[in-house]
Every structure is written in C-alpha cells, then in structure tokens.
Design a protein around this ligand. Structure first.
Ligand SMILES: C[S@@+](CC[C@H](N)C(=O)[O-])C[C@H]1O[C@@H](n2cnc3c(N)ncnc32)[C@H](O)[C@@H]1O
Length: 339
C-alpha cells in the first residue's frame, strides 16, 4: 500500500518553512511516497522547482493522481534515490524521509550534494538510536549505547554524531540548522560545507559521554581522558557511551525565523524549548527517575529552577521530555539542590 502518515504534518510544515527561510529554488523530495510534501511545497512557495522521487511503481500511480488532482506542477522521478543522488544532486534542499533509518541514503547525499545544500533527514528507528537495542546501535551507527534517563536526547545526539562522521570522510563539514524530536521521529536539517577545515572544526563537537548507572551522573569526555576524568561521581559504575554530538542541535536564529513561518501551537512550543536548550549541552535529567535513583523527594520543576538560579546555576526545560530538566552543574550539585 502507498504510504501516507498524517502525524508527519509537522515534519512537512518545518521542511516548507526551511525552504522559505533559505530561499530554496530547487528541491528534491527524495522519498516522496504519495507526494504530500512535494505538492504542499509547490503550492505554498512560488518559483520553486519541486522534484518528487519515488521508487515504487505502485506508489508512483498515486503520486501522479495526486499531482493531477491538486494541479501541482511538480516533476515526478522514479529512481532509486541512491542512483539519483549520483546522477543529479544539484539541489538547494534535499529531504530524506525513509521508513526507519536514513543511513542507507546519507552517504550518497553527503558525497554528492553541493556546497551549501540543505539536507533534511528523518529517522524513526528510535529504539536503535536511543540505545534500547544496543547491538543494532553498534551495527547501524557504530555508537556504544545504553539505557539512560535521557534516551531521546541520546538518540538525537547519536544521529547527528553519525552524520558528522559520515560527512567528515568526504572532507565535508555540516552546519546544524535545526533538529528536534517529536512523537516517533527525529528530524535534522543541516547545511553541507565542502571544506576540509569546516570538517575538522565540526569534529570538535564529537565526544564520548561518561554515564553512571548508579547515580545517573553524566559528563562528556575525550576518550583519551576517560581514565583521568572517569569515576567523576565516585560511584565506580561508569559506562562510556558514544561517540555523540555535544554541540548545539539547533541554531537559535533559525529557530526565530522558523517561528515566523509555522502556525501550530505545538510547533511554536517545540521551537521555544529547543531554542532555550542550546546553552546547556549536557543531556537533560529526568527528574522523576533521578529522584528515585538517588532516593530524593520529587520537587516541583519551577522550585528546582528557582533554587538552581539562586545558587548561580543555569537550567532549561527540554522539548525531549516534559519531566526533564537541563542543568549546567554536576550531579552532586543537582543532588544538593533537590535535598
Ligand atoms: C516514509 S515514506 C515517505 C513519506 C513521505 N515523505 C511523506 O511525507 O508522506 C518512504 C518512501 O520511500 C520509498 N522508497 C524506499 N526506498 C527507496 C529508494 N531506494 N529510492 C526511492 N524511494 C524509495 C518508499 O516506497 C516509500 O514510499
């Protein structure tokens, strides 16, 4: 059956907003299915060439029908996306929305996309990315994972870290524009920078994360320093996870511009939270789990934010989890605040 998922409306809204903000003139909907994104893109943006690519002959019939029904002047392509990317990657924006993981298309996109092309990738393999299926996480992403109390952030930082490693091998850097988690998927929009120095610069944002199973403490660390900075919490239960992206996962100025384009209340909320998260790279704490692990009574989040502020520590709520809180102090400081 051809694929159409109404839950992906926000995904399409953000892609259209990105195309508007960056004045995209030539767009490739790499895995277009029935053309929901392509048709909207063509209808909502003037002077844009929209290429809708789909491999399935059966789905192409629906795509053709939808094109006619909506009187949308889009170009339909019927290629394997990996082949197409090697034949014609001269686009301003390439959107890749697969079933599951985008890894099988990422390499050709990064190899062929030109300088400054925007690439948007969707990933729905959350169990693998977030560390629930450790073996699959190694096979697909070459990331050491574990169950954590910040699994959604682990997944997004794992995905961006993988993008960075794939890009670096082609001497490409990526500039992260905007990424988020919603419902059952991650989305990452980044701009390709064909520059060796940008690739080197980008790799400085990759690191391992030391995570304590006993107290839920966490700390980014270079692998070479792990034995020095390891056991930072004193519990002796550390795991080395990663490599993960420890840089910003969204550009706040892009969040501001997106805020002028998207209409839904939930989209605005995601943008506000994502924007507020970028100054604290250490993954959020799930306060309920953290209090349980450390045998502390749960306090209201607003109270914790207030006490942290009085102690000169920064906090931020997170779009990943309603009970999560980002905190720029270490685990011992958080325990002190929660006591
Ligand atoms: C998740 S759906 C895309 C949904 C669509 N972007 C939307 O917004 O509704 C993935 C689509 O990719 C197509 N596909 C899978 N492998 C492909 C390939 N190698 N090249 C092109 N299309 C492919 C599938 O047939 C399917 O229709």
């Amino acid at each position: 059956m051809p694929f159409f998922n109404p839950v992906m409306k926000f995904n399409r809204d953000f892609s259209i907003a990105i195309a508007k903000i960056f004045n995209v003139r030539r767009f490739l909907d790499g895995l277009s299915a029935c053309g929901a994104l392509s048709i909207r893109m063509k209808k909502e943006i003037k002077d844009i060439e929209v290429n809708a690519n789909e491999i399935s002959d059966e789905t192409i019939k629906f795509l053709q029908q939808n094109k006619e029904n909506n009187n949308a002047d889009i170009i339909i392509r019927n290629r394997d996306l990996n082949l197409l990317l090697n034949e014609d990657a001269n686009f301003d924006f390439i959107d890749i929305d697969p079933f599951g993981s985008p890894v099988q298309f990422l390499s050709n996109a990064l190899l062929n996309a030109r300088h400054n092309t925007i690439i948007g990738i969707t990933a729905t393999d959350l169990g693998t990315l977030c560390g629930i299926f450790g073996d699959a996480c190694i096979r697909r992403y070459w990331t050491f994972s574990s169950k954590t109390d910040f699994d959604k952030e682990f997944g997004l930082r794992n995905l961006i870290g993988y993008v960075a490693r794939e890009a670096a091998k082609y001497e490409v850097g990526v500039e992260i524009l905007f990424s988020y988690y919603f419902h059952h998927y991650f989305k990452v929009y980044f701009r390709v920078k064909r520059s060796r120095s940008r690739a080197d610069e980008m790799l400085k944002n990759l690191n391992f994360l030391l995570y304590c199973d006993k107290c839920a403490g966490r700390k980014y660390s270079d692998i070479a320093d792990a034995s020095i900075t390891g056991n930072f919490c004193g519990c002796g239960k550390l795991k080395i996870l990663g490599p993960l992206w420890n840089g910003k996962f969204a550009d706040v100025s892009v969040c501001d511009l997106l805020g002028k384009e998207v209409k839904e209340k939930t989209e605005q909320k995601i943008l506000t939270l994502v924007k507020g998260e970028q100054e604290i790279p250490i993954p959020y704490y799930d306060l309920h789990k953290f209090c349980k692990i450390n045998r502390l009574q749960v306090k209201g989040t607003e109270d914790i934010i207030k006490i942290a502020g009085e102690n000169g520590l920064k906090t931020a709520r997170t779009h990943f989890d309603g009970t999560g809180l980002r905190f720029n102090g270490d685990v011992k400081e958080l325990v002190k605040i929660l006591k």
